[in-house]
Design a protein around this ligand. Structure first.
Ligand SMILES: *[C@@H]1O[C@H](CO)[C@@H](O)[C@H](O)[C@H]1NC(C)=O
Ligand SMILES: [Cu+2]
Length: 231
């Protein structure tokens, strides 16, 4: 009796968390879990990253440098993103970042270090008696890739920030992973930015990270990280 209660409690805790193990193109999941997405530390327990200054805030990789994921071919303008497993559960913003793989490196092996990450999507809530986020209960986080991006290989990072207990420092929960993509048919001439490093872009006291979303209910929300790049 006692054991089954404990198991039920543990199952509930796990189901409240989620990962982004699979890429999507135009609304359909592609391949299998962790095929084009680097396997994360939390691939089994779905647990969040809570230290925004740790190396894990970049891609939360289980085995950095092992090049076990394959790179997915996509076209500029296609809607590309990530499938959640299970669905997004907590209130908070989804954000998407890209980093172009430098010459001489590949998406399969590059570590994503340096001031290289730019943001292409950041969710705002609607405001009312509570904050309502577009990603609540979402099965996918995706966006049409900006058509002006230079063609080539990129790391593509999804992040969903659970803000349900973010009123204390270290309480915000970052669910994230990095996919590997090769964009064809890009505009070629854009220099997307502003660019940030991860870790580096976030501080535990950023107003979008250390925030009480329950009381008093905020009337504005400042997404952490850089401004969103648009063509
Ligand atoms: C992806 O596209 C490149 C050419 O840009 C091609 O060489 C490669 O075989 C493609 N990969 C897959 C898995 O289709
Ligand atoms: Cu959770």
């Amino acid at each position: 009796m006692k054991t089954s209660l404990l198991l039920a409690a543990a199952a509930t805790a796990v189901s409240a968390h989620y990962t982004f193990p699979q890429m999507t193109v135009n609304g359909a999941a592609v391949g299998s879990a962790w095929e084009s997405v680097r396997k994360t530390v939390d691939w089994q327990d779905n647990g969040p990253v809570t230290d925004v200054t740790s190396q894990n805030i970049r891609c939360n990789e289980l085995a950095p440098g092992t090049a076990s994921a394959t790179t997915l071919n996509v076209t500029a303008g296609a809607t590309v993103g990530f499938a959640a497993n299970p669905d997004v559960y907590h209130p908070g913003p989804a954000q998407l970042y890209l980093a172009k793989v430098p010459a001489g490196q590949t998406a399969a092996t590059w570590d994503g270090s340096g001031q290289v990450w730019f943001k292409i999507y950041a969710e705002q809530p609607t405001f009312g008696s509570q904050l309502t986020w577009p990603s609540m209960n979402a099965k996918q986080i995706n966006i049409a890739l900006p058509t002006c991006l230079p063609s080539g290989e990129y790391l593509y990072r999804v992040e969903h920030i659970g803000l349900h207990v973010a009123q204390s420092k270290g309480g915000a929960q970052f669910y994230l992973s990095c996919g590997q993509i090769n964009i064809a048919g890009g505009g070629g001439d854009a220099s997307p930015g502003p660019k940030v490093a991860l870790p580096g872009a976030y501080s535990a006291t950023d107003p979008g990270i250390l925030i009480n979303i329950n009381y008093p209910v905020p009337t504005s929300y400042t997404n952490p990280g850089p401004a969103v790049f648009a063509c």
